[in-house]
Design a protein around this ligand. Structure first.
Ligand SMILES: *Cc1c(COP(=O)(O)O)cnc(C)c1O
Length: 226
């Protein structure tokens, strides 16, 4: 077995154990293999081990790698999107996970209209309100939710966050539970379900699952260092 196949098996076991601890259905959590910086040959090893969903943080990498890999793969853009890249990336990905401002949401909505698409998106929340980070602050998202829901091309499916990095996974827990609580509040405020919570990375995905993650984004623990 390749290292990548073994790593994937181990991650799947850990996801399963975290689901049991949290009394959650295993099918309620999906693993995104974050393949940024990794070449197509390496991604193919993960495909051979049964992984079909991948996350990339740069549009350029999706453009380069997607044509080299099986068409059945599903791709999520997990990094920030610039307006001049929207037209290129929209037809290539299943979900845009890091919609981090009203302005980019409007651009995606307009271009999706021109292309006849209805993209699935997540709203990125700056859970720790760090000035250096992308995303809506909790205050902003409450104020702008109505305008976001008026963008009728977008399927707003949920929220994502990247908490401040801390090597102790438990430190992330308060941010994950904050995102889940915010989701409930926004569901009431907007009158629409937000079923997807994308949270948790290599070092803290188990805590994220315990706090309700439905998508976990794992790179290093599958592919090794970058
Ligand atoms: C790189 C990246 C990940 C994966 O991080 P690892 O620590 O390598 O698991 C997850 N989410 C986003 C948004 C990323 O950019």
């Amino acid at each position: 077995m390749s290292d990548i196949a073994a790593n994937l098996e181990r991650i799947r076991e850990r996801i399963s154990a975290a689901c049991s601890r949290a009394r959650r259905d295993l099918n309620s959590v999906e693993l995104i293999a974050v393949s940024k910086t990794k070449p197509a040959e390496v991604i193919q090893e993960a495909v051979d081990a049964g992984q079909l969903l991948f996350g990339e943080n740069r549009v350029q990498e999706v453009l380069l790698k997607k044509p080299l890999l099986p068409a059945k793969l599903r791709w999520h853009l997990i990094g920030p999107l610039q307006s001049n890249k929207v037209r290129k990336v929209l037809p290539l990905v299943e979900m845009i996970e890091a919609v981090d401002s009203l302005s980019i949401a409007k651009d995606i909505n307009r271009i999706a209209g021109e292309l006849g698409l209805h993209p699935k998106v997540l709203l990125e929340i700056n859970v720790a309100t760090e000035s250096s980070k992308h995303g809506f602050s909790p205050v902003q998202i409450r104020e702008q939710l109505e305008e976001l829901y008026a963008l009728d091309r977008l399927y707003i499916q949920g929220l994502m966050c990247i908490p401040p990095f801390d090597s102790t996974p438990e430190t992330s827990r308060k941010y994950f539970s904050h995102l889940r609580a915010l989701r409930e509040e926004l569901e009431k405020l907007g009158g629409a379900p937000l079923p997807v919570l994308s949270m948790g990375m290599s070092h803290d995905f188990e805590v994220a699952i315990e706090e309700g993650a439905t998508l976990v984004r794992v790179g290093t623990a599958i592919f090794g260092g970058r």
